[in-house]
Design a binder for this molecule. Structure first.
Ligand code: XMP
Length: 519
C-alpha cells in the first residue's frame, strides 16, 4: 500500500469507478495532496492523524446486493469530514439507515439540472438558478437516512445532494469530477477549504526539490541506468535524476527503427548536447526489422518487440559495472490501475511500464520518482526542469512504435513510407496550431493496395489512415473534427509527396467502441 504517513491529505476511497483518478486530479489541482486507496487498504489503515477528509468514489457495485464494498462504520466517529460521490452517497445513505432502490425509473445518465432545497457549505457559490450536472447511476436513494437533510434534487431524483445535520458528512449523486458538470471544482473547493479546513500543501516545483534530495539520499554514489525513449515520462525521469547525481546516471536509447522520422536522433542530440546527459544511442533497427518481416499478428509483434528490447538493453547494461538502480517512469495512475478495488491481485500495469520485466531478471533496485504524480503534473515538473515544449507536450507514443501502426507485417519499405506520411501529418498539425488541441495523432499504413490515377498513369499503392483524437487520459476518446480545408490539404500533400500511397482516409470512430491504436 502506498500511504505517506507524514503528509496531511485527502483520502479517496476507490470503489472501482473508471473516473476515480479524476477526483484525485481535481484535489491536486486545488493545491492539496490526495491519495487513492482501495476499501481493503482503508480497512487496514491504523493511523488517521493526517487525514483531513475522505471522499468515497463512485463504482459499479450496488448497496442493494447481498455483498457490497464498504467502509468501517467507525470512520463516521472520527470527526473526519466525508463526501460520498454516486456509489459513495448510496453507501453513506445505506450505512445511516436510508433506503436505496435499484430502479429503472430513478436512473439517470447524462445531463440533469439541480433544484436547490436548502443551504449548505458544500454548495456555496455552486448552486445557481440552473446548475447543470452530469449523472451516471441506476440505483437511487429513495428514503432519507436519519438526521440527514436534502440540499438539492433533480426532476428525477429527490435526494441528489444530502447532508448530515450534526456531522460533516455529505453525499452527491452526480459527478463533480467530470468537466460536463458545470463548475464541479467548486464542490471540491468547498469540501477542502470550508469543510475539511485543509491548507494548500501541494505544488509541483517544490516537489521537484524534495525528489532531487530523496534521489541523492537513496542512490548515494551508486550508478543508475535508465531507458530513455524521448517521451515525456522517461525524459522527466532522466532530467530529475541527472540533477541529483549527474554522471552517475547512464541513459540508454535503443533505436528500434520503429520511431517517427528523425525523432530518435533529434532526441539523442537534445539530451546529449543541450542537457549534457550521459546518453548512449544503440542502433538496433536492423535487428528489429529483420525479426518483424514475417510477423503480422498484433500481439505477437508486441511480444517480439518487447523481448528484443530487453535483450538489447540488457546486453548494453552489462557493459557497465556497479549499476545498482534501474530508473522507470511509472506514474501514479499506473500504481492505481495495478490494483483492483475488488481486492483481486490481477496486475493491470501495461507491460511497457516496467520495460518488459527488466527488473526481475536483472536484479536492479527500482527507482521510480514519478510514482506520486499524474501525467499533467509530470508536465509541470518537466517545465520546471526546463524540458523543451517539443518533448514536454509530445503526444503519447506506444512502446512498439510504428510496429503497431503498420498493419500486418513490417518491412523497411513500409516503415519509410509511413514515416514520411506521418511527418507531413504531424507538421501540418503544428503549423496550423492544432497539435496542442489534439491528445494523440498519427498516420498508419493499411495492408491493402488500391487503384488510383496520377497524371495519365494508373497507380496501385497503399492506403494511409489518419487518426487524431481528443481525450483526457486515453481511456475514452473522440475523433477530432478537422475542417474540410485541412483534410483536403493533408490528403493532397501526402499523396503528392509520399511515393507508395495513393489514398488517404480519416478514422471517424471514437473510443469506445474503437481503440486509439489500430492494433
Ligand atoms: P488504445 O489503443 O488501447 O491506446 O486505445 C490507449 C493509449 O495507450 C497507448 N498504447 C500503448 N502504449 N505500449 C505502449 O507503450 C503499447 O503496447 C500500447 N498500446 C497502446 C496508445 O498509444 C494510447 O495512447
Amino acid at each position: 500500500m502506498r500511504f505517506q504517513k507524514e503528509r496531511e491529505k485527502i483520502l479517496i476511497v476507490d470503489f472501482g469507478s473508471q473516473i476515480t483518478k479524476l477526483i484525485g486530479r481535481n484535489i491536486r489541482e486545488l493545491g492539496v495532496y490526495s491519495e487513492i486507496l482501495t476499501p481493503q487498504e482503508l480497512k487496514k489503515l491504523k493511523n488517521f492523524e493526517k487525514i483531513k477528509g475522505v471522499i468515497l468514489s463512485g463504482g459499479p457495485s450496488s448497496v442493494t446486493s447481498k455483498k457490497f464494498p464498504t467502509i468501517p462504520k467507525q470512520l463516521f466517529e472520527k470527526k473526519i469530514p466525508i463526501l460520498g460521490i454516486c456509489y459513495g452517497l448510496q453507501l453513506i445513505a445505506k450505512l445511516f439507515g436510508g433506503k436505496i432502490k435499484p430502479s429503472k425509473t430513478t436512473r439517470e445518465f447524462g445531463r440533469a439540472y439541480l433544484i436547490k432545497k436548502s443551504s449548505s457549505l458544500l454548495t456555496k457559490n455552486f448552486l445557481k438558478k440552473k446548475t447543470l450536472v452530469w449523472m451516471s447511476h441506476e440505483d437511487a436513494v429513495v428514503k432519507l437516512p436519519l438526521n440527514f437533510k436534502v440540499v438539492a434534487s433533480t426532476n428525477n431524483s429527490k435526494l441528489t445532494i444530502i447532508e448530515h445535520q450534526n456531522k460533516n458528512i455529505y453525499g452527491v449523486q452526480f459527478h463533480p469530477e467530470v468537466t460536463h458538470t458545470n463548475n464541479g471544482k467548486q464542490i471540491f473547493k468547498n469540501f477542502l477549504f470550508l469543510i475539511c479546513k485543509i491548507k494548500k500543501n501541494w505544488n509541483i516545483p517544490s516537489q521537484k526539490i524534495r525528489l532531487i534530495k530523496e534521489i541523492r539520499k537513496k542512490v548515494k554514489n551508486a550508478k543508475v541506468i535508465c531507458a530513455l525513449s524521448g517521451g515525456v515520462d522517461s525524459s522527466v525521469v532522466a532530467l530529475l535524476i541527472n540533477r541529483a547525481i549527474k554522471k552517475n546516471l547512464i541513459c540508454i536509447m535503443v533505436d528500434t527503427g520503429l520511431m517517427r522520422k528523425n525523432e530518435f536522433k533529434d532526441t539523442y542530440r537534445i539530451f546529449k548536447k543541450r542537457y549534457k546527459l550521459n546518453v548512449k544511442l544503440i542502433d538496433a533497427s536492423k535487428l528489429f526489422l529483420k525479426k518483424l518481416k514475417y510477423i503480422s499478428g498484433p500481439e505477437k509483434k508486441r511480444k517480439v518487440i518487447g523481448k528484443l528490447f530487453i535483450r538489447v538493453f540488457e546486453s548494453e547494461a552489462k557493459k557497465y559495472r556497479n549499476i545498482k538502480f534501474l530508473a522507470q517512469g511509472t506514474l501514479y495512475p499506473d500504481i492505481i490501475e495495478s490494483r483492483s478495488s475488488t481486492g483481486s491481485k490481477t496486475s493491470k500495469i501495461k507491460s511497457h511500464h516496467n520495460v518488459g520485466g527488466l527488473p526481475k531478471k536483472m536484479k536492479f533496485k527500482l527507482i521510480e520518482p514519478l510514482k506520486d504524480f499524474f501525467k499533467d503534473e509530470v508536465r509541470i515538473l518537466g517545465r520546471s526542469l526546463n524540458l523543451i515544449n517539443k518533448i514536454n507536450f509530445k503526444h503519447p507514443f506506444p512502446g512498439p512504435g510504428l510496429g503497431i501502426r503498420i498493419i500486418g507485417n513490417v518491412t523497411p519499405e513500409k516503415v519509410k513510407i509511413l514515416q514520411e506520411a506521418d511527418f507531413i501529418f504531424i507538421n501540418e498539425l503544428i503549423e496550423n496550431n492544432l497539435y496542442n488541441k489534439i491528445w494523440q495523432a498519427y498516420a498508419a499504413l493499411l495492408p491493402i493496395k488500391t487503384v488510383g490515377v496520377m497524371g495519365d498513369s494508373r497507380t496501385y499503392e497503399y492506403v494511409c489512415l489518419l487518426r487524431a483524437v481528443t481525450s483526457q487520459d486515453g481511456m475514452t476518446a473522440d475523433y477530432f473534427n478537422f475542417s474540410k480545408n485541412f483534410l483536403d490539404r493533408i490528403s493532397n500533400r501526402i499523396v503528392n509527396n509520399v511515393k507508395g500511397i495513393n489514398r488517404v482516409v480519416y478514422d471517424i470512430t471514437s473510443k469506445p467502441p474503437s481503440t486509439i491504436e489500430l492494433e
